[in-house]
Each structure stands twice: as C-alpha cells, then as structure tokens.
Design a protein around this ligand. Structure first.
Ligand SMILES: CCCCCC/C=C/CC(=O)SCCNC(=O)CCNC(=O)[C@H](O)C(C)(C)COP(=O)(O)OP(=O)(O)OC[C@H]1O[C@@H](n2cnc3c(N)ncnc32)[C@H](O)[C@@H]1OP(=O)(O)O
Length: 292
C-alpha cells in the first residue's frame, strides 16, 4: 500500500482514499489528515495525537480502517515520532467498534477483505514500536475497546456513559481468540472469562477496578493526563522499552500471525451463517429504533 501525498490513491484493498491534506500546526509542525483520521503532530515532543473522526460513532468501516492503517505506517516510519495518543474527535464516543454494516448482507470476498483489515489494524497497534496511550473520551464497546487494549496505557474520562468492554456475546457473536488473548493479558484470566461470557461493558469506576483502564480522570483532564503519562514512558530509552514490549507481546501476536488465513476463513464462514446475519440485523435495527 502506498500513500502519495496530495493525490488520490487506489489501495490494494480496492478502497479509494481522498487526497491527503497537509497544513501547519500551531507549533509549526506539519499537520496531516486523511478524511477520517486527524493527526496533530508535536514534533518537538516526538508525539502525534491521532483523533478518530468517522461520525457519528467512529464505527470501524473498511475505509476508515484502511486510512488508519496508512496513518500508523507513516508515523511508524517517521523517526520524528516516538509516541502516539489515540483519541476521538466524535463527542462522547471513542469508537462503536467494528462497523456492523460491513458484516451484514455482503459477500464472502468482502467479509474476508474486511477481516484482514481488522487483523491488520490490531497487529499494527499491538506491535507498534512507539508508546501508545489511549485517551478514551467516550463509549468504547467491542472493537473500540480492542483498539484501546492494544495501547500501552489507557486513560478513561470519568463519565458513567463511557462504558468499555468486549460485548460481542450480546450481539450473538464471539470474540475471536486474539481479542480474548489481548483481554486476558490486560485483566487476567478469571476477570476476562466473566467479562467475555457476559459481554460486560464497564463504567469508569468498574473499568478501573478490573484493570481494563489504568486511570480515570475528569473529562477536561484527559489530554493533559495522556501527555504527562506519555512523558513518563518516553523517559525510558527506546531500545530497552521496545525490546521489552516485544518480549511481552510477541507470543500473543504470533498466535494470530501463524493462523491469519484460517482465522479469516473462520470469520467468513461464521459471519455468513443465516442465524448470525439475522442476529446482527436485529441488533442494528434495535440501535436504529432506540431514538424513536
Ligand atoms: C469467529 C467470528 C468472530 C466474529 C467477531 C466479530 C467481532 C466484532 C466486534 C465488534 O466490534 S461488533 C460491533 C459492536 N458494537 C456495538 O455493540 C456498539 C453499538 N453501538 C452502540 O452501543 C451505540 O451506538 C453507542 C456507541 C453507545 C453510541 O450511542 P449513541 O446513542 O450516541 O448513538 P446511536 O444512536 O446508538 O448510533 C448512531 C448511529 O450509529 C449507528 N451505529 C452505532 N454503532 C454502530 C456500529 N458498530 N456499526 C455500524 N453502525 C453503528 C446507529 O445504528 C445509528 O445509526 P442511524 O442510522 O443514525 O440510526
């Protein structure tokens, strides 16, 4: 995949992305943005803040995931940056998780392409050499929670509506083994067993108690807290921290890498089942009717 600044690019995945915009930020650093992924660089500090902007709920569509993957590749390859703060530009929502419309009423080739992108974003985030701090400023169910779980540190804004967890069973679907592995590594086996089976979405106090997040702070302090955590982590020599991160995470990532194709086939056959399609459609319909 290649990104040509200022041009429209056609990606291997067949997703057409709009032109990349580049402007100068307040500190003179280059600010770049795709349609849905805003990047605010602070070159002097070596930190880039990624703001997810796919309204209304930052659902992870194929196009959105593709933009995010490209953005992470660019930052990973740019020696200026040693840390990323991952946050949302959509008020009250970090991310609603995978886009249910990508998993409903499509063909097997589409499901396979979509799932490969989901795997890719997880691997990119989970194995990033940079320090990743999630500044979770909104609700964060399922795939939204998974993205946060890939980070090295999670700060959650203190608002009871901002629930976080892997709620897949509530939709009649099953979190894949690598979602489970990531959760177990974060909160331990017993808590993950309970949380996954019940599809628990934890409000901030409980999320902190169970270890799903590392810190809960008033909403207006979320970015400053993320910055101060980042500076602690960046005080560690990169090579030592990176090798340690890799030692801690490699086995979990390899578990997926070794069976990526089988995992895709498993997803495609599961999601194509009539009963699963029906459950997802009913769930989507309920979401839509909630307002009326
Ligand atoms: C081996 C097989 C393995 C299969 C594993 C598959 C793994 C899947 C992991 C996932 O991530 S599945 C997605 C799970 N996500 C959710 O359950 C979240 C659902 N959404 C919500 O709970 C709420 O929307 C919210 C995030 C709490 C926000 O609430 P709010 O009241 O602010 O907004 P809404 O009115 O509910 O939604 C606005 C708008 O957005 C649509 N929408 C919400 N979530 C999604 C989504 N995940 N995908 C697609 N669209 C979504 C919602 O339908 C509304 O649409 P409308 O057209 O404006 O009515």
């Amino acid at each position: 995949m290649a990104l040509l600044a200022g041009r429209t690019v056609l990606l291997r995945a067949g997703v057409r992305l709009g032109a990349e915009a580049a402007t100068r930020g307040g500190n003179g650093a280059r600010r770049f943005a795709s349609h849905r992924v805003l990047v605010e660089p602070d070159a002097a500090a070596g930190i880039a803040t990624i703001k997810l902007k796919n309204p209304p709920v930052n659902s992870l569509s194929l196009e959105f995931l593709t933009e995010l993957i490209i953005c992470l590749e660019k930052l990973e390859n740019d020696k200026t940056f040693r840390g990323i703060i991952l946050t949302s530009d959509c008020p009250g929502i970090f991310s609603a998780g995978l886009d249910l419309r990508e998993m409903c009423g499509k063909n097997p080739a589409h499901y396979a392409e979509y799932w490969r992108a989901v795997q890719e974003i997880w691997l990119k985030l989970y194995l990033s050499n940079m320090v990743l701090v999630a500044a979770i400023n909104g609700a964060s169910p399922a795939g939204g929670c998974l993205m946060a779980l890939t980070c090295d540190y999670r700060v959650l804004a203190d608002n009871p509506r901002y629930r976080i967890g892997l709620n897949e069973t509530l939709l009649g679907i099953i979190a894949p083994f690598w979602f489970k592995d990531n959760l177990v590594n974060t909160i331990g086996h017993r808590a993950a067993d309970r949380a996954l089976q019940l599809g628990l979405l934890f409000p901030p106090t409980e999320a902190l108690q169970v270890g799903m997040v590392d810190q809960v702070v008033p909403e207006d302090q979320i970015h400053s807290t993320a910055l101060s955590v980042m500076s602690q982590w960046l005080a560690i020599p990169d090579h030592a921290r990176q090798l340690t991160k890799s030692m801690m995470r490699k086995a979990t990532a390899d578990h997926l890498i070794k069976q990526r194709e089988a995992d895709i086939q498993n997803f495609v056959s599961f999601i194509s089942k009539d009963s699963i399609q029906k459950s997802l459609q009913v769930y989507l319909e309920k979401l839509k009717q909630k307002k009326h």
